[in-house]
Each structure stands twice: as structure tokens, then as C-alpha cells.
Ligand binder design. Structure first.
Ligand code: AMP
Length: 466
């Protein structure tokens, strides 16, 4: 399949060729023809799949070929892309500028955290395309500095993240300002919880559903264990866990390149043969690290999500999340390295207070219980407040579940009941694929009253990044 076959116009094909795109990705193959035909789309795809071009190319083709309804008065935006964060909005805007190199499409990128001046100027001059974060767009609507009554195409990018960040009320307010008739809506989301489906039902027209994300499932044979710990003590705890069985090949995930390097150095100095792979390493360095790991010359490989993607490590008994991934789906990718072909595997996550929300999202995505247990000697100084419901149990979609009464949702502060005192505590169980629901639940039940919800729980950050 080529881009030509998808029905794209020459002005786009030329730009794509210059960007070095040879063939469409699967989401592009599915989405582009349907979107060009004018269908609404409910698309399951996450970052890295080429989703931006999947909605961006048909959108640009429409702007470049469909005549603009010329009315009196200033130019109004014809296409609106809503994105959860400033980073994503900027990225989408930049990508679309690249794809529209041979078109003249005035555009603006609108997000919060910066002055209004420039945005007001651009909007006053008039744009066809608006990429915006919901919070700041509402500010503009309130000032009447933008008129959305001419929107012909609406894109909701990373809809699940927008809802997660509490943008639903803003999105509803924005939707109310859009024309109902003759509008095409493209909704892209990594996950499809009930709240997204509800949103789609309300304002989409007979949407076609497409999906490229793998199902968010992990092998049943994997034990998911969470060790609450203070952020400052993660290194020590990691060392403690690794030292318990120095022969086990372990893949350790960190969030940043720098963090991975520092961690690898620390482990190496502590006597554990370690290699690191991340985006700043050359291809040669990465291949060497991987070969050393596979051959057992290093026992620990520290990796970022991006670097680990696409690397072929067949079977691993243990994956440790030193940091939780920012995107819950990445947990699935990480853990997919263990428990393959029916073998047992262990996924261990070191979770500090500032990751409680991420853990909740992961549990919700997996719909699986996690065994939350302190490691003796590494208990957090203050018990972790998990937020609006216990992370050991799956929440209702949208994170709207009320806190469980009598189950405050924080883990045991002491390694009692199921972990022998003075022993290895959290490590005393065999990773025999046992489902740990009972453990996690019992332990939290044994310590009711903590973990009370703070403010709006996961919904309190709505305007911070827009
Ligand atoms: P996205 O999922 O939209 O964030 O895209 C991920 C990356 O893939 C971006 O760097 C795009 O530039 C790149 N990309 C998207 N589509 C293609 C394609 N058909 N061929 C090559 N690279 C692509």
C-alpha cells in the first residue's frame, strides 16, 4: 500500500516524500480513506503509530481542496484539533506544518502558560487551522477572540488523556460552540473506556471504528507487584531487590535517558553488571548492550520505553519499573517482555507518592489487581495516598468511583501478615504466577482510613498544562 493509493493529493504526497515517508502506517492505511470520504472516526491508536498524519493528512486535504465558505467578516477557523498538553499541541502543529508545506494554510497553536498577546494577534489576523489545548481555548472563547462557528473538521487527539486530565467540562463547552451540521469529527484515543464511548455517542455521527493498538492485555501468568517507597530511596531498594538474586536477568525501566545513565552507573559501581540503552546511545552501543545482556555478560539492562521498543528480547523472568511509565499503555509494552508463552514472570514497580495517579491509571487499564506491599526497611516515611480509590483494584471507567469506605487504599505500612518479619519481606513469595488480589486487598483492608481523596483526585489538574 502506498500513499498514492490512499487518495491523497499531490501537494501532500510531495511533502510526505520529502519527509522520507515511504509507506503509510497501519493506522494511516485505515484512517485516511475513511476520513477522506467524510466519515466520522473513532480511532484506537497511540503515540508512535503515525496517528498525527492519520488525521492530519485528510484534514489538510480537505482544507486545501474544499472551497472555503466565504462569508462576510473575518476569517474563521475551519479545522480544530484539541490536544491535552502543550507539548502534544506543539508537536501536532509542527507536524501539520510540515505536511502542508505546499499549501498555504494559516494556523495557530493555542495553549496556556504563556501570555495571550501573540495568540490574540494570530487569531485576529485569521486562521484556517487551530490546534489548541481545551483550557486556553475556553479562555479565548470567553474573550470572544475566537469564533468556532465555522469549524468543518474537529479532531480530538488523545481523547482519553484529555478526559483523564479533567477536560470533559471544557470539551463539552467547546463542542457547544461548534456547528452541529456538516461537521466531521475524528476522535483518536489509546483506550476506549465507557466515558469516551459516551462522548462519541453524544456528538459523533455514525462513526467508523478503527483500531491498531494491541489489546491491552498482559499474560495471566505474570505477578504484578508494587513496592511503595520514597523517591529518594528507590536506588537503594532496587539494589536490594537485585541483590537478592544476582543471577536473574532483569530489565529495568527508567523514564529519562539521564536517569537511566545515572542508575546504570550506580548499579555498576555497586557491583552489578549493568548496561543502559536509550535514545542518546548510538546504534552500535545499543546493539552491544543488548548482545551483552542476551549473552549474560550483563545481568541488568536499564532502558527507556522508546529504546526498549522494538528490541527483541525473547523471554525474561523479571521486569522492574524503576519509574512508572507516563502513559499506562507503556506498562503493557514493558511487561510484554515477561511471561511469554505461558511461562511465569514478575513485574515489579517501585512507586513513590508522585506516581500514585499513574499507578491508578495502569490498574484501570489492565483491569487487574496488584499486590502492594512494603519491603521491610524501605517503607515510605508517609504512607502513600493513592487518591480516589485503591489502586490495587480496578476503578470504574473515568476514575469517578467514590473512595471505598473502610478500605482507605493505602498499603500496609509494616510487612505484617503475609511477609515474615525480619525475612525478605516482599520477596518471600515465589513468582509463581499467583494472582495477588487477595494479598493486596487484605493488606489494605487491614489498614483502613488512609489514602483519603485529595481535592478532586485525578481531576484537579485540568488547567495546568493547557
Ligand atoms: P505519531 O504517532 O503521529 O506521533 O508519529 C510517530 C512518528 O512517526 C513521527 O515521528 C512521525 O513523523 C513518524 N511517521 C508517521 N507516519 C510515518 C510514515 N508513514 N512513515 C514514516 N514515519 C512516519
Amino acid at each position: 500500500m502506498s500513499f498514492e493509493n490512499l487518495g491523497l493529493a499531490p501537494f501532500l504526497l510531495r511533502a510526505l516524500a520529502e519527509q522520507g515517508y515511504e509507506n503509510p502506517t497501519p493506522i494511516q492505511e485505515q484512517a485516511i480513506p475513511l476520513a477522506l470520504e467524510g466519515h466520522d472516526l473513532l480511532a484506537g491508536a497511540q503515540t508512535g503509530t503515525g496517528k498525527t498524519a492519520a488525521f492530519g493528512l485528510p484534514l489538510l486535504q480537505h482544507l486545501g481542496t474544499a472551497p472555503q465558505s466565504v462569508g462576510n467578516g473575518p476569517r474563521k477557523p475551519r479545522a480544530l484539533i484539541l490536544a491535552p498538553t502543550r507539548e502534544l499541541a506543539t508537536q501536532v502543529h509542527d507536524s501539520l506544518r510540515g505536511y502542508s508545506k505546499y499549501l498555504r494554510i494559516p494556523s495557530a497553536c493555542i495553549y496556556g502558560g504563556v501570555g495571550m498577546g501573540n495568540q490574540l494577534d494570530v487569531l485576529r489576523r485569521g486562521v484556517d487551522l487551530l490546534v489548541a489545548c481545551p483550557g486556553r481555548l475556553i479562555d479565548h472563547l470567553e474573550r470572544r477572540s475566537v469564533d468556532l462557528s465555522g469549524i468543518e473538521i474537529l479532531v480530538l487527539d488523545e481523547a482519553d488523556r484529555m478526559l483523564d486530565m479533567g477536560f470533559l467540562p471544557s470539551i463539552n463547552r467547546i463542542l457547544a460552540k461548534l456547528p452541529r451540521q456538516n461537521r466531521q469529527t475524528l476522535l483518536f484515543s489509546a483506550t476506549f473506556e465507557e466515558s469516551i464511548k459516551q462522548l462519541a455517542l453524544e456528538f459523533m455521527r455514525d462513526p467508523k471504528q478503527i483500531q491498531v493498538t494491541p489489546k491491552n492485555t498482559v499474560a495471566e501468568t505474570i505477578t504484578h507487584r508494587v513496592h511503595p517507597v520514597d523517591g529518594a530511596r528507590k536506588r537503594e531498594l532496587l539494589l536490594h531487590l537485585l541483590a537478592q538474586d544476582s543471577r536473574v536477568q532483569t530489565l529495568v525501566f527508567g523514564r529519562t535517558k539521564h536517569g537511566c545513565d545515572k542508575l546504570a552507573m550506580f548499579l555498576e559501581k555497586s557491583g552489578i553488571k549493568t548496561a543502559a540503552i536509550h535514545g542518546n546511545k548510538s546504534q552500535g552501543q545499543r546493539l552491544r548492550a543488548l548482545a551483552d545482556f542476551k549473552a549474560g555478560r550483563v545481568t541488568v539492562l536499564v532502558a527507556t520505553d522508546i529504546a526498549a521498543r522494538g528490541i527483541d528480547i525473547n523471554e525474561l523472568p523479571k521486569v522492574i519499573n524503576y519509574d512508572l511509565p507516563m502513559v499506562p499503555e507503556d506498562y503493557v509494552h514493558r511487561i510484554g517482555r515477561t511471561g511469554r508463552n505461558g511461562s511465569t514472570g514478575e513485574a515489579v514497580s517501585l512507586v513513590a507518592q508522585d506516581e500514585a495517579k499513574l499507578l491508578r491509571q495502569i490498574v484501570r487499564l489492565l483491569d487487574r489487581d496488584m499486590d502492594i506491599r512494603d519491603v521491610p526497611g524501605f517503607e515510605p516515611q508517609t504512607p502513600i495516598r493513592w487518591g480516589n480509590s485503591a489502586p490495587g483494584k480496578a476503578e470504574l471507567p473515568g476514575g469517578q468511583k467514590a473512595p471505598r469506605r473502610g478500605n482507605g487504599g493505602h498499603p500496609a505500612r509494616r510487612p505484617n501478615s503475609d511477609a515474615p518479619r525480619g525475612g525478605r519481606g516482599g520477596q518471600s513469595q515465589k513468582p509463581g504466577g499467583q494472582r495477588a488480589a487477595g494479598n493486596g486487598q487484605q493488606r489494605r483492608d487491614a489498614h483502613p482510613g488512609g489514602g483519603q481523596r485529595r481535592g478532586g483526585g485525578g481531576r484537579s489538574q485540568s488547567r495546568t498544562s493547557a
